[in-house]
Design a protein around this ligand. Structure first.
Ligand SMILES: [Zn+2]
Length: 1015
């Protein structure tokens, strides 16, 4: 301990001794039991580690003693929140199990495992009487949660409300560098189990507190590893947490829609399994405690208004309580809007509960540190009358004091109002079931469509994970489908038997409604900084046709529940030696090439009809080798949710043979968050790859001999300079590898030093890889990297101007529908765009380092000078004969500028025809561009290219301006990537006519308008 730290501790101890316990005496709500002994040693340590007396409260500045129940010190060796120490998940669990062994008030359950097999637990704490009654209590809560079971009869609900105890579920450390929650929750559990203070006894006897101390278990263990490394290497830089969970980092708290991660599924299953009323998630960032329960607008448009009132009630009450203890820097209104339902806690809001989240102040480890705040963090505002202090010495104990105090006060408030919150819970559940007769809609209906089945199943799997009931029509039904726009007449649509129905008269209707409906964020909204994506419609992102039905009469139709959506696919029809699988943008088509290794696989280059069925270009023709069992193929097809037909013989259609491409999946050591979603998609689709990093590419001169495709998924806001240079090498090396000290690192990939980047050797190797016929796939910042390093001749990033796009779902049009990348798609496909990234293409190489004039990409007719005639007409100087100009060609925003003879003469920058980039996909026009979310001033990006295939040597560089594989939500665009991989040898230059005849132009406009219907 440094002398300064010691001085501080002495000073604060003195203050404690002198401070009269005003709050304690005045606030009888939280009075202690005067007869209960205190664990003096533990209490002294807690006080020692608290850096200022205002950073604790009468609720947590002592620890009651127990003869039988061990304190957290038994496992930790010191008190909760002690400096320089973080427990592994296993040690946290060990303590919870000690509690269970020593106290009848605690029960511990396994709630599932992480992707890497680590256990997740939940501990229930209450009086033994309540725990013994837990099963019967849950049966009562289940009826309140699903009021259909009591015929929506309030008279039947009343006794259930009188007899039931609510469940309050607290979850800790989903974000692994936010390290404080596990120790705070260990101590909270002890207090709840042991303390005889009247208010704690009241909590124990009136509700069940459920605690999951570690949500992201894989990430926790890695975080403890790097923290231990840091303590063993004082004065050195230590690596940031490169991998949290197996797949993603911070985005594990954006998974509540698609529910791809085990932790999300385990938490929801536990939350609904207990029929809990609150899901309260603990985070760390801003000083000192932001209870985002009130947050900011816009609020999510699909939640029950009762929830908005509950947020206000709990949030402001919590702040007021903390204020009364004199704890500075507590607030509940702030810049978090509750628009997106992607956050873990929001699972509660979508399932008739209450979502809450604390941000306490954390140091990213257990070091006690001097923290210097920004002016906006310590400023006094109307909603933060006692702001945080501008400079503090902050400890993990301070953090734990805030977390525990806030939780204890809010649980206490909850315990005094259990009937009120249970009644709200019942009312919200009942109103969710009543949805069709209140706000509507009545149902969402998805007609069977063999082209969509694979992606329909993906959507149904999401709904199943959300505990939404799905049914299937047993009879044909005709229903009114509302028009697209206000005032449009409703159309009648007939849905055949077998159509999927998601009824809105079920308890979790809001979860389905929020996912399947459309979103609109007004450009004029007072909230100028959306906290996350503004649009997410799964109908669009899964590229499906889903009808929103308002008329409740459809609910009278005959239908049956679907248990296993995967049963909807895997059908093999016909007989014959050739197995044909239609390409319709399925996520699992590429996987066939790996699963059927012995088979001969060909891809049809044109559409064809056979045995009365239509097959799109890109369909697969499979001939199994002699001795292979066709039954295996059927099993594999079923597993991959693919339908197939047996054909008597090979259809007469041009084909090319495909083999299983050898894929390298390359990551940086800067960040692995965004590429993690790609890895997740590849793994779930069954596409194998070698996981390499930029340092591997730097050390391997001949990448082409090992790989056909290199996937360089987005790094996440990195620059080309960073990708090349890595982390500056001025200081010490930072290893990311398994060692005795760090047993949990290096499972996915490892390096002795994370600092070196791709480097110029790596860049040269990548270039050579492409030139020798490889395919490099890039997206967002890695697309920018490819452009800036000369790997994508003729492509540049389009200037953005003032367009506003914030995680918005946008409409697109395929420019090259015959390119293999577009196989299986219709006229366009909805994409999610993070910030409106788009490309310009050019027939000359773009001057690197110099921004091309925007004029160079404009329609030359727009540049006509002032004079006679119209904009489409020519000027004519007076007093001489007309001299005809070279004809100007009308240029579309996604097209390269046509070069005339003058411009090509002696110009080494002109790209040879076969090396010019192909635009695959472009944004729709301004009028049709927006599907879901926020879009403002779209003209600078409208109609611009967003997927471009550039050519270099014999190979290709594919660039995505949108992220086609994102958060498990963009199932509709996965196949763009998978098509490119499967057909990587067929991505040659596509001759796209640059000047359609006038008649064709008009037709293509019409076509664009029609395309909208398909989205
Ligand atoms: Zn967080």
């Amino acid at each position: 301990m440094t002398p300064t730290k010691l001085a501080l501790v002495v000073a604060s101890s003195t203050l404690f001794a002198a401070a009269p316990l005003f709050s304690q005496e005045l606030n009888s709500t939280f009075a202690r039991d005067p007869g209960e002994p205190i664990d003096q040693q533990y209490t002294d340590q807690m006080r020692k580690y608290t850096t200022d007396p205002s950073f604790t409260s009468p609720l947590v500045d002592y620890l009651p003693a127990s003869k039988t129940v061990p304190t957290p010190a038994k496992v930790l060796g010191d008190v909760s929140g002690a400096p320089d120490m973080l427990p592994y998940a296993e040690d946290v669990y060990k303590y919870f199990r000690l509690l269970e062994e020593s106290s009848p008030r605690v029960k511990v359950f396994t709630i599932g495992h992480s992707e890497e097999g680590r256990e997740m637990i939940a501990a229930a704490i209450a009086d033994p009487k309540l725990l013994a009654d837990a099963k019967a209590n849950d049966a009562r809560l289940a009826q309140l949660a699903d009021p259909r079971t009591i015929g929506l009869d309030d008279a039947k609900a009343r006794p259930l409300l009188d007899q039931s105890w609510p469940v309050y579920y607290i979850t800790g450390t989903i974000h692994s560098p936010e390290t404080g929650a596990p120790t705070a929750l260990m101590e909270l559990a002890y207090r709840l189990a042991v303390d005889e203070a009247p208010y704690i006894k009241y909590i124990r006897s009136h509700m069940i507190v459920l605690i999951t101390p570690v949500v992201e278990v894989d990430g926790r263990d890695r975080m403890v590893d790097i923290y231990k490394w840091h303590k063993a290497h004082p004065g050195q830089d230590w690596p940031h947490l490169l991998y949290w969970g197996h797949y993603v980092a911070h985005d594990n708290n954006r998974d509540a829609m698609a529910m791809t991660l085990n932790l999300t599924r385990n938490v929801l299953d536990t939350y609904l399994g207990w029929h809990a009323q609150v899901l309260h998630d603990l985070h760390e960032s801003v000083p000192f405690l932001y209870d985002n329960t009130v947050g900011d607008g816009p609020y999510n448009a699909w939640v029950d208004p009762i929830l908005g009132d509950e947020w206000a009630e709990l949030g402001w009450n919590n702040v007021a309580q903390m204020q009364s203890f004199g704890m500075p820097g507590v607030f509940t209104h702030g810049d978090f809007d509750t628009w997106s339902p992607g956050y873990l806690m929001f699972l509660a809001s979508m399932h008739n509960g209450i979502s809450r989240l604390y941000e306490t102040f954390g140091n990213g480890g257990a070091d006690t540190e001097k923290r210097i705040l920004d002016p906006e963090e310590y400023s006094r505002t109307w909603y933060r009358q006692s702001p945080p202090l501008p400079v503090v010495t902050w400890s993990q104990r301070d953090n734990n004091n805030y977390e525990e105090t806030a939780l204890l006060t809010t649980i206490s408030y909850f315990s005094r109002n259990t009937r009120h919150f249970l009644e709200n819970y019942y009312r919200k559940s009942k109103r969710a079931v009543d949805k069709p007769s209140r706000e509507g809609p009545a149902a969402y209906v998805i007609a069977p469509d063999s082209a969509d089945t694979n992606r329909q199943i993906e959507l149904l799997k999401v709904l199943k994970r959300q505990h939404v009931e799905i049914e299937q029509l047993s009879e044909e039904v005709t229903a009114n489908v509302p028009g697209e726009k206000r005032g449009d007449k409703a159309k009648q649509q007939t849905f055949p038997a077998g159509s999927i129905v998601v009824r809105m008269d079920q308890p979790y209707s809001r979860a389905a409604d929020a996912l399947l409906d459309r979103q609109f964020w007004a450009p004029s909204d007072p909230q100028k900084h959306p906290y996350d994506d503004t649009g997410w419609s799964f109908t669009h992102l899964f590229n499906l046709k889903v009808a929103r039905i308002v008329d409740p009469s459809i609910l009278q139709s005959k239908m049956t529940l679907i248990d296993d959506p995967s049963k909807l696919a895997g059908k093999v029809s016909g007989s014959g030696s050739v197995l044909a699988v239609n390409n319709s943008g399925q996520i699992s088509l590429l996987s066939l090439a790996y699963k059927l290794k012995g088979a001969t696989i060909q891809v049809a280059e044109k559409p064809f009809d056979s045995d009365g069925k239509h097959f799109a270009a890109g369909s697969m023709l499979i001939t199994t080798a002699p001795g292979d069992h066709m039954d295996d193929a059927a099993g594999i097809l079923h597993h991959l949710a693919l339908d197939a037909s047996r054909l008597a013989g090979a259809p007469s259609v041009p084909v090319h043979a495909v083999t299983a491409p050898r894929i390298a999946f390359m990551h940086t050591w800067l960040n692995t968050q965004t590429e993690g979603w790609w890895r997740y998609a590849f793994d779930t689709a069954g596409v194998p790859y070698d996981y390499i990093n930029t340092q591997t590419a730097a050390s391997q001169p001949d990448l082409r001999s090992k790989y056909d495709v290199i996937v360089f998924a987005p790094v996440g806001y990195s620059s080309t300079a960073e990708i090349l240079s890595g982390i500056p090498a001025w200081n010490n090396a930072m290893p990311w590898q398994k060692s005795e000290l760090t047993p949990n690192l290096g499972t996915l990939d490892s390096t002795a030093d994370i600092r070196p980047g791709l480097g110029y050797d790596g860049l040269a190797h990548l270039k050579q890889f492409v030139e020798r016929g490889g395919l490099l796939i890039t997206c967002e910042d890695t697309a920018q990297f490819a452009i800036e390093t000369g790997l994508a001749p003729g492509v540049s990033v389009a200037p953005h101007d003032d367009a506003r796009v914030v995680g918005t779902v946008l409409n697109t049009v395929f420019v090259a529908p015959n390119n293999p990348i577009a196989f299986g798609y219709g006229a366009g496909v909805p994409v999610i765009s993070a910030a409106g990234m788009a490309f310009n293409v050019s027939n000359t190489v773009v001057h690197v380092g110099r921004r091309a004039s925007p004029e160079a990409f404009k329609d030359p007719y727009e540049q006509r000078a002032t004079g006679r005639g119209s904009v489409e007409d020519s000027d004519q100087p007076q007093g001489r004969k007309i001299a005809e100009a070279e004809p100007l060609l009308k240029q579309q925003p996604w097209e390269p500028k046509h070069l005339n003879e003058e411009e090509t003469r002696n110009n080494p920058r002109v790209i040879p025809v076969q090396s010019r980039p192909d635009v695959i996909l472009r944004f729709s026009g301004s009028k049709d561009l927006l599907l879901d979310g926020l879009l403002d001033k779209a003209s600078s990006i409208a109609e611009h290219a967003i997927v471009v295939n550039a050519h270099l040597g014999q190979g290709n560089v594919l660039l995505f301006g949108n992220n086609p594989i994102y958060r498990g939500e963009t199932v509709g665009t996965y196949a763009l990537v998978f098509n490119a991989i499967l057909n990587y040898q067929q991505l040659d230059y596509q001759h796209v006519p640059h000047e359609p005849a006038p008649a064709e132009k008009d037709k293509s406009k019409d076509k664009d308008d029609k395309d909208k219907d398909n989205h």
